[in-house]
Design a protein around this ligand. Sequence first.
Ligand SMILES: [Zn+2]
Length: 415
Amino acid sequence: MAKRQKKKLADYISNRINLNSLESSRPVLQYILEHGQVSLSDAAKALDLSRGTCNLHLQRLEHEQLIRRHESVSTGAGRPTVIWGVDTSSNMTVSLVFDVPFLHASLTDFSMTPVLRETHDLSNLGSRDRLLEIVHDFLERAVSQVKRRDGSIRQAAAFLPGLLDPGRGSVINAVNFPLLNGIDFNELGMSIIGTPCRTVPLGLAFYFGESEHLPADSNNMVVYWDLGVGVVFGHGNQLCALGSSAVDGAPALTEVGHLRIRKNGKSCHCGNRGCLEAYVGGWAIIDDLKKKSLRGLNDLIQFVLRGDPPALKRAREAAETMGQTLAHAVQIMQVDRILVSGPMAPVFAIVAADFNRGLATILTESEIAKLNPQASPVLEERFLRGAHRLAIRLFSHPDDYRLLLKTPTALGRTS
Ligand SMILES: [Zn+2]
């Protein structure tokens, strides 16, 4: 009895419900988002809350239209048990995926059903004002859809190429699409939909698109290969930090594509020299193959797929360099699986043996076999879904965004 009372007091102290903030109810929301349909007893037991406290959280979340009563299960005697679940149709996320030259803009509910989806071709756009107009108009249409459904936009996220300043919500240097530079997405989101629009590296849409198909209990490395190269580490839906912030020591995602692999090496678009990307990114390969008059990434991909000898040779070198560099990260992060995604994934499928040879300069054959590096199919549906899965994750686990806030100080110099 004494023990029970002691627990109740601790429970009370650590879980006082502040009705002005969602924070205290967040663990209950996270549990429901993760487990689907749950009863009061399930949630209370799993979160070590008293039934009374847990019930207050549930009612609070219901009041906010985040969860709803799904059904009542009668167990025979006594009152039927209420089963709670996320209110998937009232809650929505907005994602703006700048898969340049395309913008995929969508409003999607928590069951992943698109409510509004548009694709805009941004080639020959001309001006930043025109780009802002497109984003602005989409967000306004999204707001009117949400109003019509009496729902809420819980999170907005813009997935962008290049270097970001997620702290300010702006793009520092979108090397492949300069019109994005300086756009303040947080402010755009606040002014039109009433919630900040978080800026996120494009590769994360691919990570969350892939993680749905990877074992929930494995450490994954998802490489996003396009004009540049990005690397994301995660465990299921959870992003894993690689490095820590120079500002406050908090865990951070390091821009692996801009790790220096050669001192005083090739100039990189980020302003530094010798970055991994300057050797293996699509733009670097295209630069080296100038004589082929490649017009862009698609041309490069076609050349390699056709077996053009210089293009294939250069792609093989890039894959080997990538494998050799990432072998270190595999050990540091104790990676179980490697997937390569993005537009260059079909190229990877051809040069995977070279990537493995790069890994093999450091890792054993059996380690490489276990990692089983593979190209992921390029499916638009998959990364758009990934974008919304991440947006929901940022809503339920806002601290995850802290991971994205910091890039290495060296990159800060380019701003
Ligand atoms: Zn760089």
